[in-house]
Unconditional design. Structure first.
Ligand code: SAH
Ligand code: SF4
Ligand code: F3S
Length: 478
């Protein structure tokens, strides 16, 4: 795994599968146990909470041990070839469990299900059910079909489905931070990307249901919400007009942000991902206006070269991107900025790769997710361009990008030393229960000794005393 540098990941597609389970038994059980493992971006993890909600309603319980499950779901990612390979390897591991318990149902959900459709059933014999991201309401019905002895597939994409009315079951939560899906799909058609094919058309979720979810989370003790979408800045929702009533204005992302920020000044608001072509000054001014909207923007650049950006169909160029960064620095001087980079995209020359490095020098990102280009079947790039950069060159360029990013992360963290940061205590540090951990406004992980006066979920002020390239180390100050 090459994205080494950060600790809290909002869209880490290479994230290892994680089992999600509720801590205790639920009333009204049908006696069957569900095991869900999720891969890919945070949206997949968020979808797994919707899937759990749909099945818990039908009396399922969740388990963290796939060996004791009656239904195993694997929520999959297609973004790069290795993401798919990981899922296939994992499916192999389920084989022996299924051999011991022939009644066990194995289902593939998410982006790989959507990409491969019923082909999955031919390729992986142990799979009983294949369900795309817009078809989760159909799961109880599909499980019934499998119970009756057939295989089941539903990979229909929808133009409307946002699961707005489904209350996600918060799985494996720290009770402090939660994700709220605000839109689904993507209309951007970046030439390297499989998401528009696996997730369908872009649609925004009802504003009221988003604000309601944020309020409910806050009332349940949560202190931080992250609004999720592939391209949050193009959020746009026009409320339906009841008979005889006047129409209400369309809500854009900046307005949604302020509505969520208004839920409480004690509720931190984050969001991901911003597309450089869409992030507006209105969004930046809204961030500057509310103390509780965190000063952190994930702004994937992909490449620093305008010709490559054009081939990628990103619809902005180097100058546009730099101007957006300048605007962020001007309007929110303390803002953390992170990015995604792809190395070795079709026809990328050495000089063009250097422009990615010089863009990194220009911005000095706090953090980056970095990838070697992986051709995905069916995408525009796969159809139009030859994947002509040899693997070892892609990897060498990637190493250069990773090394430079490590320097920049260290540079950013060193600037946090000697300053006081408002930190939301998220839990105990991974290394020791004598330390708390939490993030500052800029999304950097901060570790500091436990102070009995404060508990998980409290805000504290922490003086940065030292750092690595990934973590700020400090102590609470009053
Ligand atoms: N919606 C987000 C990105 C979602 S995918 C955006 O537009 O920025 C997350 C990241 O995976 C992308 O930003 C890109 O850097 C990377 N990625 C997507 N397709 C890829 C491919 N075919 N090969 C390598 N990296 C890819
Ligand atoms: Fe993929 Fe581009 Fe959409 Fe992001 S904006 S999900 S990279 S098509
Ligand atoms: Fe992967 Fe699908 Fe997310 S392809 S990155 S899980 S939208």
């Amino acid at each position: 795994m090459l994205d080494l540098i950060h600790s809290t990941k909002t869209h880490d597609e290479d994230r290892q599968g994680e089992a999600l389970a509720l801590p205790s038994t639920v009333e009204g059980s049908n006696g069957r146990k569900l095991y869900i493992e999720s891969y890919g971006c945070q949206m997949n993890f968020s979808d797994s909470e919707i899937v759990a909600s749909i099945l818990l309603d039908k009396g399922f319980e969740t388990t963290k041990d796939y060996k004791e499950a009656d239904v195993i779901f694997i929520n999959t990612c297609s973004i790069r070839e290795n993401a798919e390979q990981r899922v296939r390897n994992r499916l192999k591991e389920f084989e022996s469990a299924k051999a011991k318990n022939p009644g066990m149902i194995v289902g593939v959900l998410g982006c790989m299900a959507e990409r491969l459709k019923s082909k999955f059933l031919e390729e992986e014999k142990l799979v009983d059910v294949v369900v795309g991201p817009d078809a989760y309401r159909d799961l109880p019905n599909l499980i019934e079909k499998v119970d009756d002895g057939s295989k089941a597939v539903n990979v229909l994409l929808s133009r409307e489905e946002t699961y707005a009315d489904i209350n996600p079951v918060r799985l494996n939560t720290n009770g402090i931070s939660a994700f709220i899906s605000i839109m689904r799909g993507c209309d951007n058609m970046c030439s390297f990307c499989v998401v528009p094919f696996t997730r369908g058309r872009e649609r925004s979720r009802d504003t009221h249901s988003i604000v309601r979810e944020a309020r409910e989370l806050y009332n349940a003790g949560y202190k931080e919400v992250t609004l999720l979408g592939q391209n949050v800045d193009s959020y746009k929702y026009t409320p339906e007009v009841p008979e005889g009533e006047e129409s209400l204005p369309t809500v854009n992302f900046a307005q949604l942000l302020s509505l969520v920020a208004e839920v409480s000044p004690d509720l931190r608001v984050r969001f991901s991902t911003s597309h450089p072509k869409d992030i507006t000054n209105e969004v930046l001014y809204t961030m500057a206006r509310y103390e509780n909207i965190c000063n952190y923007i994930h702004l994937p650049v992909q490449s620093g070269n305008s010709r490559v950006l054009e081939l990628m169909n990103r619809t902005y160029d180097r100058e546009w991107y730099k101007e957006r960064v300048d605007a962020i620095r001007r309007i929110i001087p303390e803002c953390g900025i992170s990015t995604d980079v792809i190395t070795g995209f079709c026809t990328e020359t050495e000089e063009e790769h250097q422009e990615t490095l010089s863009m990194m020098e220009y911005v000095k990102y706090d953090f980056a997710y970095m990838f070697a280009y992986s051709e995905r079947p069916g995408t525009l790039a796969a159809k139009r361009y030859e994947d002509d950069i040899p693997e070892e060159i892609k990897k060498r360029r990637l190493t250069e990008v990773v090394n430079l990013q490590r320097e920049h992360s260290l540079y950013r963290l060193q600037h946090f030393v000697g300053k006081v940061h408002k930190v939301l205590i998220e839990g105990f540090s991974k290394r020791s229960d004598k330390d708390y951990c939490g993030r500052n406004d800029q999304n950097t992980m901060v570790v500091f000794p436990v102070d009995e006066r404060y508990k998980v979920g409290d805000y504290v002020y922490v003086l940065g005393q030292s750092c690595t390239s990934a973590t700020l180390i400090g102590k609470i100050v009053d």
